[in-house]
Design a protein around this ligand. Sequence first.
Ligand code: SF4
Ligand code: SF4
Length: 346
Amino acid sequence: MPVKTHQGLWGLPVQQWRRLTQVGFFLLFVFAPIFDLFRLDLNLKHFIIFGMDWTLGLNDFVAGKDTAGQAAKAIFLHAILPLILVGAAVIYVAWKWGRIYCGWLCPHFSIVETINQTLRRAIGKQSLWDKETLPMRNPDGSEIKPDTIWWFGVIPLVIICAITWATVLLTYLLPPAEVYGNLRHGTLTRNQSVFLIAGSIAFFVEFMFARHLFCRYACALGLFQSLAWMANDKAMVIGFKRERAKDCSTCYSACDHVCPMRLNPRNVKRLMFACVQCGQCTDACTQTQSDNPQGNLLEWVNQAHAESEAALNGSTARIIQIKLEKNNSIPINNAKNNGNRDIQNP
Ligand code: SF4
Ligand code: SF4
């Protein structure tokens, strides 16, 4: 019997949609500078957007033709207003749907997940900092048996990702034809070589040891999305049907094990600051509860349901957690540490 999963638009499983959007955005990230869709050209000292030069419009002021007022207006129209509009759009989306950009588009998070899954094959953990090894079984019943041979996959993967990121970032700063041309002919300038070597080393360390930490605390885009999301009690959130918590006793805490941000998805919103709305926990629950006529216990909720999740505070959450554990013998992973799990697993 096929294992149930969440279906999205046109009957395609939600996780497949997510993979498609992630691959699509990663390609956009790599090719945007090449096709002049978006880049900052340090040689020209201005942005290029959709093939057009995006300057501050101060040429006439520099030539003495415009007044200071006209120059201020140009700066507002060419720099401040676009920044406000883009910022407002990002904040609005996050306010309503949380860190959906992170979970569905971000090219950094795609790499986080790819490394997580490959590392799990090597050591049975999604992060080097996880204390416990994950169960071999997956929510769909398949198994992944850790094998150290996979280190030969992990290390080259992290190296390739690090070099790719450093190279792509350089093409956001210098003409891509120059960067790729110099790479091909081995004629990189000293500064370009320094940037690529230092960037690759920095990304290697970050991807290997601190990729979750970066998503949680170091990425400004992620942080502002989380803050906007937290400010809206009615925002979309993963809700847990606590009244049916005893059903979890038939499960192996599948939701905890699949979370790529190493959160406990049954926690209340206040303890889920870094949730990226990937939906893997709801999918895992749907699969492990596929024989349960009442269905899954984890589901995205909005409005009033979301408000009740947001209303629970840390101590209420901990009391609920302890009760769940006591009454139902639920295998809730790291139940005592749920409140500070974020801090423990970079
Ligand atoms: S809690 Fe669920 S939706 Fe949020 S990051 Fe973890 S698995 Fe994804
Ligand atoms: S909510 Fe309960 S039943 Fe659903 S995946 Fe998590 S532990 Fe299993």
